[in-house]
Design a protein around this ligand. Structure first.
Ligand SMILES: *Cc1c(COP(=O)(O)O)cnc(C)c1O
Length: 381
């Protein structure tokens, strides 16, 4: 067993060796530009891109022509929200989202507020869940978008997607979801959940960093959104710029593997996560699990440790790579806005640790972590 142990899969994942293997030829022999229509180099690249598009679409029950490749979930969220703003404003100018979204949604909304958009940021309950009633009450005649993340990156809470999709459809409002943390961890069906736009990212599911996709429902108002990158009209005009063929091939392969292996991987992850969580709860006093225990990602537990200083705790965890309930901004360490939004005090938010497991997490690593966390916390207390 190698130290430190990586338990931060929700931050990023290693590239699966099978994914890397599929990518390698596209760096060298098959280096063509997928937009080159006049020779074999271009055709091979284009064929690989279209194959990957099919693989991504399959994972979420979409059609390949509904997939646009981007540089990641941040770009996908920007494209979805700003792209819709441009076709709706000023006739419609209201967005409904939630306080616990990733910054890649919240900061897009903040930006649009400066341009005249009005945004309702719903507050979730203490487990991180929002209700349909909350969304219903926030609806306005000029609401053009509901953007609610599928599952939260810090606490793992899964939102009621199907019900939100139904509500959005009923009121003829577009429904976008940042599914970056759900993709590859949960079975996602954009038809069943009435999702119009869905953002995903490669590096959270064993593909490389710098590649992602946006699902855009065909024949819907979503498909009228305005591109945020102008140029050679790649990706049917939705996203100009020479395609990242290697990244796309990697994302495609990762999606295909996820589809095949998700169920077995999850059973193992739930077992390991539950072991880690229950042993910590049983063996260490004054601890508490954050998030929603019944609607939660299979690979994650977020735990608050009472009676310790958060920063000291994180610094003391030298043999495990985890993340804390805080985010470093340029000047200072801020308590997590997600944990604060579900009601934690600054002190408890600082003293919260996210353990996120992945497909290379072993039983031995979890056993070590259980012992190590107990010893470290007791030492600090
Ligand atoms: C990681 C993450 C993002 C950002 O994805 P990038 O591909 O790194 O831009 C957005 N949303 C959520 C929920 C994430 O976990």
């Amino acid at each position: 067993m190698k130290l430190p142990i990586y338990l931060d899969y929700n931050s990023t994942t290693p590239v699966d060796s099978r994914v890397l293997e599929k990518m390698l030829p596209f760096f060298s022999e098959n280096f063509g530009n997928s937009a080159s229509r006049s020779h074999l180099f271009g055709w091979k690249a284009q064929e690989a891109v279209e194959n990957a598009r099919e693989q991504v679409a399959n994972l979420i029950n979409a059609e390949s022509k509904e997939i646009v490749f981007t540089s990641g979930a941040t770009e996908s969220n920007n494209l979805a929200i700003k792209g819709l703003f441009e076709i709706n404003y000023p006739n419609k100018k209201h967005i409904i989202t939630i306080q616990t979204e990733h910054k890649a949604v919240l900061d897009v909304c903040k930006h649009l507020e400066k341009l005249g958009v009005e945004v309702t940021y719903l507050q979730p309950d203490y487990t991180g869940l929002i209700t349909i009633e909350q969304i219903k009450n926030a609806l306005r005649p000029d609401t053009f978008l509901i953007s609610v993340m599928y599952a939260n990156n810090e606490i793992g809470t899964i939102q009621p997607m199907k019900k939100i999709g139904e509500l959005a459809q009923e009121h003829n409002i577009l429904f976008h979801t940042d599914a970056t943390q759900a993709i590859g961890k949960l079975e996602i069906d954009v038809q069943k959940d009435n999702i119009d736009l869905l953002s995903l990212s490669g590096h959270k599911l064993y593909a490389p960093k710098g590649i992602g996709a946006l699902f855009i429902r065909k024949n819907s108002r979503a498909s009228k959104l305005i591109a945020q990158m102008d140029g050679g009209k790649h990706e049917r005009g939705f996203r100009s710029g020479t395609l990242n063929v290697t990244g796309i091939v990697g994302l495609g392969e990762a999606c295909e593997l996820a589809k095949k292996e998700l169920t077995t991987d999850n059973q193992r992850l739930i077992m390991l996560r539950n072991k880690l969580e229950s042993e910590i709860l049983q063996n260490i006093s004054d601890v508490k699990v954050n998030g929603n225990i019944t609607n939660r990602l299979p690979n994650l537990t977020n735990i608050s440790f009472g009676g310790v200083d958060g920063e000291t705790l994180l610094m003391s965890f030298r043999d495990i790579a985890v993340s804390s309930g805080s985010a470093c901004t340029s000047a200072s360490v801020e308590p997590s806005y997600v944990l604060k939004s579900i009601g934690l005090s600054d002190v408890m938010a600082y003293a919260s640790i996210r353990f996120s497991l992945g497909k290379y997490t072993s039983q031995a690593e979890i056993d070590f972590t259980i012992k190590y966390v107990k010893e470290t916390v007791e030492l600090l207390r």
